[in-house]
Design a protein around this ligand. Structure first.
Ligand code: 8DG
Ligand code: MN
Ligand code: MN
Length: 357
């Protein structure tokens, strides 16, 4: 359908990267329900409906108003029959029976519990569930279960790292990492990324980009920072992945495999050791460092940037140095800032705090 002068309808894009989504979610009652359905589909490896409900949740999060009747949703994209049926139940009864049934389901509850542990993904959770394990004490006392290093730390610090990290704690961590980076090289640059860059008050971790203008030197930053944190006695866990970046490789289509930069997943002590916090550090070379977009999120926003690039612009978007590439011409478009990327894709610039899709 084409909008006419008479309808004055504000069209909402099906792509999160063409919507402005702040942290204020006026439709939480719906999106919380959708998130339960998404988790449940993911546990059952049902991808279609999982994506559909993720997209629907993201559309509702972008609205500056609360949906009070399905009549007002006709012009909204990504809301299918099933989605509307769930919304209808919530509008009528204040809750969704389908969601309540899932929440009461033992398999869902157990997989949700197990995947809440750092280092435990859906595959492992499913394996444990199939063995009849239902609680942490089952897992920790079962002689046939061998936890890897990440999972051991996950259980050890479970209470601390499942508590939300505050902005103030993120700032304190920033100071610690900043000092460590500057001790290595005075021109090191640290930037907050992830949810805190999007203006969130709380996070499940703190994400940073750290790099230096001296090309190649960024490769050695993370190991030295990690070593320094260890010497300070505040390193509780570290999982370091060196760079696998290869400029000759074509950009990847999949979101998950999108970057090859050096990165590490850490658990650090904060507040004089009273509090353990999850920290992610990524260290791209300087020439791509103005492109923190890939780690700023939200995941749905990043996904839709790539989807729009591929489907609407016939480009592949990647966080490699020259990051957009028209698919049918063998050529890269140079991008120096995040704004360049939006411009190459023909998009209005969306500020980080408007990317909470
Ligand atoms: P939260 O921590 O407050 O819960 O929210 P968040 O900051 O948005 O989530 P996040 O899980 O910390 O992820 C932040 C962004 O970083 C997100 O867009 C996805 C991206 N990201 C990872 N891990 C990896 C990775 O290994 N490679 C790449 N390229 N990106 C990643 O979280
Ligand atoms: Mn984060
Ligand atoms: Mn993270």
């Amino acid at each position: 359908t084409f909008p006419t002068a008479a309808t004055h309808v504000v069209t909402v894009s099906q792509y999160a990267c063409q919507r402005r989504t702040t942290t204020e979610n006026k439709n939480k009652i719906f999106t919380d329900a959708f998130e339960v359905l998404v988790d449940n589909y993911d546990f059952n490896e049902v991808t279609g409906p999982s994506l559909a409900f993720s997209r629907a949740a993201s559309v509702l999060k972008s609205l500056p108003w609360t949906v009070q009747s399905l009549d007002t949703t006709h012009n909204l994209p990504c809301l299918g029959e099933h989605t509307k049926a769930v919304m209808e139940e919530i509008l009528r009864y204040g809750r969704s029976f389908e969601v309540e049934k899932i929440l009461a389901d033992e398999r869902y509850q157990t997989l949700k519990l197990f995947t809440s542990v750092f280092g435990v993904g859906p595959k492992t959770a499913e394996k444990w569930y199939r063995r009849g394990l239902r609680s942490f004490s089952h897992v920790l006392t079962d002689p046939s279960i061998h936890l890897n290093r990440m999972q051991r730390s996950g259980f050890l610090h479970y209470g601390d790292i499942s508590r939300a990290v505050s902005k103030a704690e993120a700032r304190a961590l920033g100071n610690i990492i900043d000092e460590a980076a500057h001790a290595i090289t005075p021109d090191a640059v640290l930037a907050l990324t992830g949810g805190f860059r999007r203006g969130k008050e709380f996070g499940h971790d703190v994400d940073f980009i750290v790099t230096t203008p001296e090309l190649g030197k960024e490769e050695s930053l993370l190991p030295i920072i990690i070593d320094r944190l260890k010497q300070q006695g505040i390193l509780l866990f570290s999982d370091y992945h060196p760079s696998t970046f290869d400029a000759t490789r074509p950009p990847s289509r999949s979101f998950e495999a999108m970057d090859h930069f050096a990165k590490c997943f850490l658990i650090l002590r904060l507040d004089g050791g009273w509090r353990a916090v999850r920290v992610d550090l990524v260290s791209p070379p300087w020439i791509v460092s103005p492109l923190p977009s890939g780690w700023t999120g939200s995941r749905q926003f990043e996904r839709d940037l790539r989807r729009l690039a591929r489907l609407e612009r016939r480009m592949l978007l990647d966080t490699t140095p020259c990051s957009t590439k028209p698919r049918y011409r063998k050529e890269f478009l140079a991008a120096v800032t995040e704004k360049d990327i939006f411009a190459h894709l023909g998009l209005e610039y969306i500020e980080p705090w408007q990317r909470n899709a």
